[in-house]
Each structure stands twice: as C-alpha cells, then as structure tokens.
Ligand binder design. Sequence first.
Ligand code: GLP
Length: 241
Amino acid sequence: MNIIIAENEQRFDQIAAWKIIGQMLSKPESLIGLSTGQTTMNMHRIVSEIYKMNPFDTSKVQVFNVDELINLPRTYSGSCYAMIKSQLCDSLNIPEEHFIMPPTFSEDFELECKKFDQALEAAGGIDLQMLGIGWNGHIGINQPGTPFESTTWVSPMDPIFEEKVRRETKVDENYYLGGLTLGIKNIMQARKVVLIAKGRQKAEIIKKALQGPVTVDIPASVLQLHPNCEVLLDTEAASML
Ligand code: GLP
C-alpha cells in the first residue's frame, strides 16, 4: 500500500481530485467508481472546477457509485445517484448513459445486483475505485462481518448512517432501508483503488485498517492485500499511524 499524507485539507482535496482527473486523462475510456460522503464532496467540486477552467474529453469516460440506497427515490437528495449527478456528472458533461447505477426500487434486487456487476464488466471492468471509509471500517456499505468473497449485494446500513437517513426521509423503522453495494470481491478486482480519509475522527479506524490484522471485522483492512492500492490521508487521519 502506498500511503500519501497531505499536509492540510486543501492539499488533500487537490491530490484526491487529481487522482480522478489523472485517470480520465491517461485513459479517456476509463470506468471509474466513485464514493459519496463528506470526504469526497470537495474532491468532486475541485474536479468540476478544473474541468470548467480547462475542459478535457469526458465523452468516453464511464462512472458509477460504489453503493446506492434502496427503497428511497433517486430524487432524495441523499441518494448516491442524486449526489454524484449533481456533484460531478452534470458539471463534467458525462452522458447520462455513461453513469451506470442500479435502480433504487425493484421486485428483485438479487437480479439487479447481478445486472449491475454485468454492466460494470461490460464497461471493461473497474479502472479506478475511489473509496471512503466508515467509522467502523466499512467500505461501500459492506459492514463488519461481510465475507471477502461477497459480490454486489444489498447490505444493511451502518446504524448511525441509517438513523440519519431515516430522520431526513421520515421513513419509519418498519420499512427496510439498505444499501446496494459492490461486494468486497468486486472492490478487490478493481485495477486500482484509492482510499481517502480525513479528520481526527478517522484516525483510529485508519490505524486498524492499515496496520491491524486483515479481518472481516474491519472491511477496509482487506485493502492491505490489494496489489495496487493507494491511501490518501490528511495529517489528522494519519495521526495514529
Ligand atoms: C457512507 C458511504 C460510503 C462512504 C462513507 C464515508 O457510508 N456509503 O461509501 O465511504 O459514508 O463517509 P464520510 O466521508 O462522510 O465519512
């Protein structure tokens, strides 16, 4: 694992943004997996700003998000579809058909997961997967305990995140909310993975994920086994290493 430590948040966001731009420039027909959350928001904004100042060819690039909330409409501002579309696809003029996402409602999510995997494969396989990390070490929505052999599936959400979503959408507890997520196996098959984390609140989990044992209890620890994984941290997230 190649670990990069940015000296401040601004530098962190710039380096992260250039991971995406660099991929798009070096292989214009790349398939790039994105990730939503606080950590990636600024990175997406900077990618958009750089594109606006200096447009490059985005007509062939294909993107998707590593996960999506199910049983909520795509129009919900917290859906990954809505976030990636507004944060990146619209500003980069990525054609709608090059934004590969699963539906949020379905009678058969098992089938939708298979179709999603097939669509990513048909698009050439994942060139770059950008990943955030949850407070409990989750990647995508794969919570602690998820087998490393898992392929795209519907996972329960991180309980803290689920509570936030329920508050925002006013969906009551009897109604199942989950997340369709790339499995650990799919993530490990990406040609390149970049894990990014900033802030002191991520320091402990980063230490466990990068320097602790590789275990299903800390899903991100599997990345220690990835042949081409970079980790970008700010000094706070790196403070316990
Ligand atoms: C959610 C997303 C993950 C993301 C994580 C980190 O759980 N499903 O893909 O990596 O949040 O979010 P944040 O960057 O806001 O800490």
